[in-house]
Design a protein around this ligand. Structure first.
Ligand code: R5P
Length: 294
């Protein structure tokens, strides 16, 4: 193993030089089989190369989050504007009609193991079998990864197990970078965590936006989608989406900044326009206000 004392902070990220994709529109995923690529093509639009995931998996450790007290009321009106439902099997099967998944992908939350009642959230297990992921028609399995936390080893085992079984069935794995007490939200931390997850073999990595984000995306050989994080004023959330995409993110996996918005249906359309239509955040905010006031 390399000596960690001799690892210097390098700066040669090749920012601005795209990684060769060899004909497949999803970065780093050209060498997979047909089924895996088909699922990735449901997630990442082949025209824009991007994705808009709606995250509503918060209840798996938080219970009924503000804005998600009633999944059956909140999620269906947002469905026409998203590419991917990201939720638990319980939320999907109880609250989302299967017909709503027409031309949509499913990112199935497949890890759990702690709750807000625990001081340390970093110990999880893979909590959905591969057979169940197939039954749920999952297009990827989302596994939380806690780099630098007490539960690091078990979460690496979890994501590795999901990748092993997912690869056998042609189902991608999305490693979700966790943040917490031991994990700083710095470019150094996110470069480390995203790169580790990609090297474990995850086909997609989810992480938070940060300064120098272009170095995080450049040094991660598979697509990164950003988490939305806590609710921001709408303009700031739209700025974050725009900046993340401009700095190499392949999409957003946003929850609270959509469903806790004053006007969630207007907000999801504004986010979508940034992701797929290439408008900037000022135009998107104007669009949000216009739709909100209709
Ligand atoms: C991340 O750990 C989980 O997937 C969250 O439930 C989800 O990412 C949160 O989305 P947001 O931060 O946009 O509300």
């Amino acid at each position: 193993m390399a000596d960690k004392d001799n690892i210097k902070e390098t700066k040669d990220y090749g920012v601005g030089i795209p990684q060769a994709t060899n004909g497949f529109h999803v970065k780093g995923c050209n060498n997979y089989g047909w089924g895996m690529k088909s699922r990735l093509s449901k997630i990442f639009n082949p025209q824009s190369g991007r994705t808009l995931m709606l995250a509503f998996d918060h209840g798996y450790f938080l219970g009924p989050t503000s804005g998600l007290e009633r999944l059956d009321l909140k999620i269906p009106p947002l469905a026409p504007y998203i590419d991917v439902f990201m939720g638990t099997r319980g939320a999907l099967s109880a609250c989302i009609e299967p017909a709503l998944s027409y031309q949509k992908a499913v990112a199935l939350r497949c890890s759990s193991g702690s709750s807000i009642l625990n001081d340390d959230l970093s110990f999880e297990k893979v909590s959905v079998s591969i057979e169940e992921a197939v039954r749920m028609n999952a297009d990827c399995m989302a596994i939380q990864v806690f780099i630098g936390a007490k539960g690091q080893l078990s979460s690496i085992e979890n994501v590795s197990k999901a990748i092993d079984t997912g690869n056998s069935y042609g189902i991608p794995t999305m490693g979700v970078v966790a943040v917490g007490k031991e994990m700083e939200r710095t470019p150094q931390y996110f470069r480390l965590a995203t790169r580790m997850i990609a090297e474990f073999g995850a086909q997609i990595v989810k992480c938070y936006y940060c300064d120098d984000f272009e170095t995080v995306t450049a040094s991660c050989p598979v697509p990164i989608v950003i988490a939305g994080g806590k609710k921001l004023p709408e303009k700031e959330a739209l700025d974050m989406c725009y900046n993340a995409l401009a700095r190499g993110a392949a999409g957003v996996d946003m929850g609270r900044n959509i469903f806790q918005s004053d006007a969630p249906v207007a907000m999801v359309q504004a986010v979508r326009a940034i992701v797929h239509d290439g408008i900037d955040s000022k135009e998107a905010y104007d669009m949000y206000q216009e739709l909100k006031n209709k």
